[in-house]
Write a protein that binds this ligand. Structure first.
Ligand code: PMV
Length: 355
């Protein structure tokens, strides 16, 4: 191969994830104030293919063309250029590259689902593959995913958990061996009831949220409850990890609901305060709790930084929950929108788009 003029491509499909213990508050270069744990999803994913060409000379950042769902997208291109420029020292070969990036989501862009976890992890995985191709390195899978998780984190914090199958944890915690603030780790020894656990995303609103996650994180710096929140997250991490190992759905359910409500309570007592839940979010929460009480089924909700409800339940309850959603929740979703997802097996390498 002519080292001055390398060309090639890399492609990855990478999923979104839903946090059970929430990351909310950061410091330094995208480092979390507390540990977090998430389920990796399967149906909500991004496919990204990056073609590269070595220009034979260096610049301060790579040249980037960016196409989202087949069309050039300036806003995404600027975000990616900014990420690459800020982190250029991570991967020095980038300086001499022209990258043509094409990305597609399995879910509509303005569907109320944040795409940064899937899109940034897909991009990071592609960059790691390109790095290996250009340096003719064959890294083992653990090293490769650790590096991809590290780069994903720099692009969008919670994206670092998406590179692993099923369950991942990010942030150092005394209860998780090898846990680290710099990258996520895969959690193994998880009870099989979670292998096909459901996450139905009930879209209460498709609107772009009024306060971005990065502003939300920064408002934790002045939040008077911050320190006790970080301690609570550490305790929840330990309790959830043990519930995940034992298949203890009731403990898991209690903690994930506490986590969702704490996240939104922190927003409500930031300065300035903000509210991302909508009236239908609260109505759904009360219907879910009433249904759980009457049916005694292990069905629980969580929320990310937005108004949409994630309904989590084991596969054994599928038929009952489908009926409950149809009867009691569907009418509260914007345009009847639901994305049915499940715990998934992590990213896969691709040569062409399936979307
Ligand atoms: O990764 P960010 O900066 O988009 O923040 C994600 C924050 C939450 O979704 C609310 C929690 C989490 O851990 O995913």
């Amino acid at each position: 191969m002519d080292n001055n003029h390398q060309t090639g491509s890399a492609g990855w499909r990478s999923p979104s994830n839903i946090a059970l213990v929430k990351y909310w508050g950061k410091y330094g270069k995208q480092l979390p104030q507390n540990p977090s744990i998430s389920f990796t999803l399967s149906q909500a994913f991004t496919e990204t293919i990056v073609r590269y060409e070595s220009l034979g000379y260096e610049q301060d950042k790579p040249l980037v063309d960016f196409y989202f769902e087949g069309k050039p997208n300036e806003a995404f291109k600027m975000r990616i250029e900014d990420f690459l420029k800020t982190n250029i020292n991570e991967f020095s070969k980038l300086k001499e590259l022209h990258l043509s990036i094409e990305s597609r989501n399995s879910f509509p862009h303005s569907s109320g689902i944040a795409s940064s976890a899937s899109s940034m992890s897909a991009l990071a995985l592609c960059l790691c593959s390109i790095e290996n191709q250009m340096t003719e390195t064959v890294s083992n899978q653990d090293e490769f995913l650790k590096r991809a998780s590290h780069l994903s984190r720099l692009a969008s914090g919670s994206a670092c958990r998406s590179v692993y199958p099923k369950v991942a944890a990010w942030g150092s915690s005394s209860s998780i061996p090898n846990s680290d603030n710099l990258f996520a780790v895969s959690l193994t020894n998880i009870h099989p009831v979670f292998d096909d656990f459901h996450d139905d995303i009930l879209i209460v609103s498709k609107e772009e949220k009024s306060v971005s996650s990065s502003i939300g994180h920064s408002l934790m710096n002045g939040n008077i409850y911050a320190e006790s929140r970080y301690r609570q997250a550490e305790d929840h991490t330990q309790q959830i990890y043990s519930a995940l190992q034992n298949g203890d759905l009731r403990s898991l359910g209690k903690i994930i609901e506490d986590e969702a409500l704490t996240l939104h309570a922190l927003m409500m007592c930031s300065d300035p305060s903000f509210i991302l839940m909508k009236p239908n979010t609260l109505e759904m929460i009360s219907r879910i709790r009433r249904f759980r009480k009457n049916s005694e089924l292990p069905v629980y909700f969580t929320l990310d930084a937005g108004p949409n409800i994630h309904l989590l339940y084991p596969d054994s309850c599928k038929n009952d929950i489908e009926g409950f959603i149809e009867r009691d929740l569907l009418s509260l979703c914007e345009d009847g929108n639901i994305i049915k997802d499940q715990v998934g097996s992590g990213p896969i390498e691709i040569n062409s788009f399936s979307l």
